[in-house]
Design a protein around this ligand. Structure first.
Ligand SMILES: C[S@@+](CC[C@H](N)C(=O)[O-])C[C@H]1O[C@@H](n2cnc3c(N)ncnc32)[C@H](O)[C@@H]1O
Length: 325
């Protein structure tokens, strides 16, 4: 085993070797946006009841199925954010050797802290660009997880090729992407109401600002909703020149209904731009807007979605792509 990574002897570099993240100006901009979003993202991800159970259980089930055939699987979590998914998998599979990575060093700092707090010993956290995992050996990974990550990459084709390269023959990747994403749906609804309100008040923001807002929304949607269907993933894999021995798809639906009424105000006031802070692209969208009004519209939208249990209820749908090399 490497100093602080996991290594299977004779199989080249381990996933845990560290990374220098560089790249094009747009990659650098994306990186700094995620660095800036890290604190808020960590807060969001730590709202366990709201988020963890939704996806981590599904990812865990898939890892379980795959891991059943390897006694001590080498697991690589790509674009792992602040680590909650890797931590869930680590708790479920203490025998797994997990390397959790993200290209944002700010995310990885939170990841390290969360791993320590969770008291799990089988995860190593590393800064690593998922588009260029040069320190991970060819064919060295049994199970790769990438949860809402590859859709955010600047160059997804490179990301897919890296997944293919690092998996061992027969190894599997569990890649999760959004088909619909509840917090963003709420934000979108809130912004639509905001625009109506501006119109009602006779506010004219001008053609340029309208254009800027529309482009910012388009950029964000491209990033978060870039792989919303099996057709989109299949086309992406083909254009990346990737060939896996099998590609399976599952759609997972949840009703996101964990946030109790009492937390709405916490979200819209004390923590500021809650959903708007989760993805860095939202900062551009709300830049020219009155934040207080944005938040009051978000409050309105969330309250309109309270169900009989007095919880915010929004449908949430993900696409699981299981790739076997
Ligand atoms: C929506 S978050 C998902 C994080 C985590 N997997 C989760 O489910 O909470 C997307 C993550 O992708 C990371 N990311 C974006 N581009 C990346 C890249 N090229 N390489 C590695 N991580 C990247 C971001 O820093 C961010 O943490």
């Amino acid at each position: 085993m490497a100093e602080d990574g996991h290594r299977r002897s004779g199989e080249g570099a381990s996933p845990g070797g560290g990374s220098d993240v560089g790249g094009s100006p747009s990659s650098v901009k994306a990186l700094s946006s995620w660095d800036t979003a890290a604190e808020f993202f960590n807060y969001y991800s730590s709202m366990k009841d709201y988020v963890d159970s939704l996806v981590a259980d599904s990812v865990g089930q898939h890892v379980h199925r795959i891991a059943a055939t390897c006694p001590s699987p080498i697991v690589l979590d790509v674009a792992g954010g602040t680590g909650w998914c890797a931590i869930k998998v680590a708790q479920r599979f203490p025998q797994a050797q997990i390397t959790a990575t993200d290209f944002s060093s700010a995310m990885v700092e939170f990841m390290k802290r969360n791993i320590k707090e969770a008291g799990v010993a089988n995860i190593v956290a590393k800064v690593m660009d998922g588009q260029d995992m040069k320190e991970v050996g060819d064919g060295s990974v049994d199970v790769l997880t990438c949860n809402f990550g590859i859709n955010c990459f600047q160059d997804r084709a490179r990301g897919w090729r890296e997944i293919q390269r690092v998996l061992r023959p027969g190894g599997r990747a569990v890649v999760v992407t959004w088909m619909t994403m509840s917090p963003h749906l709420l934000s979108q609804e809130a912004l639509a109401k905001y625009d109506e309100e501006e119109k009602r008040r006779g506010v004219d923001v001008g053609v340029d600002e309208k254009k800027r807002r529309a482009e910012a929304m388009e950029r964000l949607m491209h990033m978060i909703m870039g792989l919303p269907s099996r057709e989109a993933v299949t086309a992406d894999l083909a254009s990346a020149g990737c060939h896996f021995s099998s590609v399976e798809f599952y759609e997972v639906r949840h009703l996101w209904e964990d946030m109790p009424e009492g937390d709405i105000e916490k979200v819209t006031s004390s923590r500021g731009p809650y959903f708007c802070g989760v993805s860095p692209g939202f900062k551009d969208i709300v830049a020219g807007r009155d934040m207080q009004l944005v938040m009051s519209k978000l409050d309105e939208v969330m309250r309109s979605r309270l169900n009989e249990k007095r919880k915010v209820a929004v449908p949430w749908k993900e696409l699981f792509t299981i790739l076997t090399k």
